[in-house]
Design a protein around this ligand. Structure first.
Ligand code: NAD
Length: 462
């Protein structure tokens, strides 16, 4: 697919120094100019759509429709953040009082480290980069090692769109060395991270320890994993619930932070639902993502394959295997798998699997189902299929997840329409693609002027 050079600690050091030097000029570049660069980047992505699609299919193993959705999201991020930054750049009058003009303005934080995952290799890397960029910050951009060619292509697009030299610095490298160094660096003012809980918590901790010579408290935008559940009520429309659940669980082989991994089915409908769900599973073809009919491709690498197969092993010991698909022998494939009779304390009901594995749990009633949904460390996505307005209303109040979906699938958030992100161990409550997102990369300032002037300074004679 491509080649990339592995950045060293010295490269990381140099990139922070370059980003720091480029900051004052970029900060003072008018917002319109910065926003126009994002819009040009969006246009370039449109014009290179097929090439980008092929890279996403070949480097990340995304099926066709998933690859194209990734590009669409990247384009949406560029256009949305450009629009939002133009709005945010206008000073806001905080209160009107005679004699005093009071306003609030936003200024960029400085230099940011962007650390992205491989699972939305273009969309997430783009979102994490262009949001702080349009806000006037300079960036050191580290893609996931598995998808660095896509990262390099984004760098190429941003450069062609007009990002000046030194403003975004591409540092492809490994998380444990270069990534960790960029997080801890005293001259880095914020970190925009999306990835696993283990790494996110480590970054949060490192950023909290202030170093000699550091001038800003580090802000961390931290989006992590999930253990997402969908509740099937007794009166749910199964014709709708089954395809929605299938796609939420198996789309991109379950390698989405939003993916469905727990199906919580109410007692009365449990047997009927399980029978229909299991018989529908084999309609999802597993195979080479380069073929347009494939819906479930390989997982990202051998480590992921081993980890997921290990979780399937745990599932076999704890619960009952209801169905397992066939997976090609060559390549990092994992057979899509469904377990039934899973209990809330089983490993497969608690830990993020990040693969095509679904745990089905039985609940006596909605109280028990909702308690199960909320009973994990995570709070990312979740949902309910029900025809009862009262149950839907209860879900709105009681299902504590960042993105709640009612009578639809629980993946596929759209920029602006569905601001995305969770809380608890899923993240810091920041919403990618939401109206407040840019504020994470800015400091607010209040400016107060006494306008009860007594006399004035005449212009100098000259
Ligand atoms: P990961 O945490 O292994 O890696 C993410 C990034 O962190 C990579 O760029 C990696 O190189 C870097 N990294 C690794 N160790 C580091 C360290 N010590 N210091 C600094 N950086 C380090 O995650 P992944 O496997 O790439 O992505 C999958 C995970 O991401 C899943 O848990 C998924 O749920 C989560 N995710 C969350 C969201 C969300 O919006 N909440 C979106 C997508 C993915």
């Amino acid at each position: 697919v491509g080649h990339w050079a592995r950045a060293t600690i010295a490269d990381a050091e140099a990139s922070v120094a370059i980003a720091r030097a480029a900051f004052p000029k970029w900060r003072d570049t008018p917002v319109d100019g910065r926003a126009a660069i994002l819009e040009r980047a969006a246009d370039l992505m449109e014009s290179r759509r097929f090439e980008l699609n092929s890279l996403l299919i070949l480097e990340a193993g995304k099926p066709w429709s998933e690859a194209d959705a990734d590009i669409t999201e990247a384009i949406d991020f560029c256009r949305f953040y450009a629009v939002e930054m133009r709005k945010l750049a206008k000073p806001v009058v905080t209160q009107r009082v005679p004699g005093e003009h009071c306003s609030q303005v936003w200024i960029p934080r400085g230099v940011g480290t962007v650390i992205a995952p491989w699972n939305f290799p273009l969309a997430i890397l783009t979102g994490l980069t262009v949001a702080p960029l349009v806000a006037g910050n300079t960036i050191v951009m580290k893609p996931a090692e598995q998808t660095s060619v896509i990262g390099a292509t984004l760098m190429e697009i941003l450069t062609e769109a007009g990002v000046p030299a030194g403003v975004v610095n591409f540092v492809p490298g490994y998380g444990e060395d270069v990534g960790a160094h960029l997080v801890a660096h005293k001259d880095v003012d914020f970190i925009a991270f999306t990835g696993s809980r283990a790494v996110g918590c480590k970054i949060w901790e490192t950023a909290g320890s202030t170093q000699l010579g550091q001038t800003n408290l580090k802000k961390v935008v931290c989006e992590m994993g999930g253990k997402n559940a969908l509740v099937i009520d007794n009166d749910a429309d199964l014709d709708e619930a089954i395809p929605a659940a299938l796609y939420s669980a198996f789309g991109f082989s379950g390698q989405k932070c939003s993916a469905l991994s727990r199906l919580i089915v109410l007692d009365e409908v449990y047997d009927r639902f399980v029978e229909r769900f299991v018989s529908a599973c084999s309609s999802y073809p597993v195979g080479d993502p380069a073929l347009p009919g494939t819906l479930i491709g390989p997982v990202i690498d051998s480590d992921a394959q081993k980890k997921i197969l290990g979780m399937i092993g745990a599932g076999r010991r704890e619960a009952r295997l209801a169905w397992q698909g066939e997976a090609p022998a060559n390549g990092y494939f994992v057979p899509p798998t469904v377990f039934i009779d899973v209990k809330p304390d089983h490993t497969i009901a608690r830990e993020e699997i990040f693969g095509p594995v679904v745990a089905i749990l039985r609940a006596k009633n909605l109280d028990e189902a909702f308690a199960m949904v909320n009973g994990t460390d995570y709070a990312l996505t979740g949902g309910l299929f029900s025809r009862s307005p009262r149950a839907l209303e209860r879900a709105k109040n009681e299902l504590l997840v960042g993105n709640l979906y009612l009578n639809r699938g629980i993946t596929g958030a759209i920029v602006e329409r569905h601001p995305f992100g969770g809380f608890k161990m899923s993240g810091g409550g920041t919403k990618a693609g939401g109206k407040e997102y840019l504020q994470n990369f800015l400091f607010p300032r209040a400016i107060v002027e006494n306008v009860m002037r007594r006399g004035f300074t005449p212009p100098e004679e000259g």
